[in-house]
Ligand binder design. Sequence first.
Ligand code: NDP
Length: 283
Amino acid sequence: MTAKIIDGRKMAAELRDELAERVSRLSGKPHLAVVLAGNDEASLIYDRNKQKAAEKVGMVCDIYHLPEDVLQTELNRLIDGLNQDKNVNGIIVQLPLPVHLDAAAALRRILPEKDVDGFGLYNTGLLWTQGKAFFAPATPKGILHLLKSVSPDLSGKHAVIIGRSNIVGKPLAALLLGCDCTVTIAHSKSENLAALAASADILVAACGCAGLVRKEWVKPGAVVIDVGINRVEGKLSGDVDFDGVCENASYITPVPGGVGPMTVAMLLENTFEAYLQQSKETL
Ligand code: NDP
């Protein structure tokens, strides 16, 4: 078997084009506020990319860049101001924050209806209890789009997710449960990881370990989603040994060009939804 590629770059471009068309029919512009503290190089690049992508679809995206030594009280004050600002539809706090800051407290402070990353307690609780939040986190939401493009009915499938972070593994588990998958979440303490992975119809690698998932870990015909972003000898690579796994999987996402572009597209979609909810405009 040679796996077919799930082209996240193409799908994200199509979604952004659709979004640009819908944004052009609004009376105003959806407005995203990005709060960035410190000078983490990857975060600076991610946020500039989000800003460029937002502007390309006709949205406004402001980056609030705070110094590395900013106090929690100042961060809180900024978030409170953005919560109250009627022009701002969505707020995200770029993680990781400098270590002296309480990231969970910052995320909790964002109003649920502006929490377009969906990382706050209220949206997290809604996702697990109701199966639907104001906003689902962008990376898991993008993964669901990718999966549904090749397997529209996920009901009854066994999904194994390697990684239990609050931004990828756990919210993805909630979304897949909502699609009636049987979900296993594995992590660094899981025993028999290879056997667990090999029992999956859908295998999602989100652990940040380059090439961890090998061909023998993949059931013939499984769909494999590679979330990992690792830099190996200056080159980007995922958590999956792509060439080997292609021999067993039916479909696979590449790195780069798979999950990454979908994450930004989903954030923009959430911001658009926030605008609609707050403005009560309909299209
Ligand atoms: P975290 O570091 O927060 O979580 C990693 C998870 O993987 C943890 O649950 C950890 O287990 C688990 N893990 C680590 N090593 C192993 C191992 N050897 N075997 C099994 N499980 C393991 O990472 P994130 O969830 O934030 O990100 C995961 C990867 O996805 C990273 O490469 C990141 O760069 C990428 N990413 C990509 C995005 C995109 O848009 N493409 C968006 C977000 C992340 P434990 O809990 O026990 O420590």
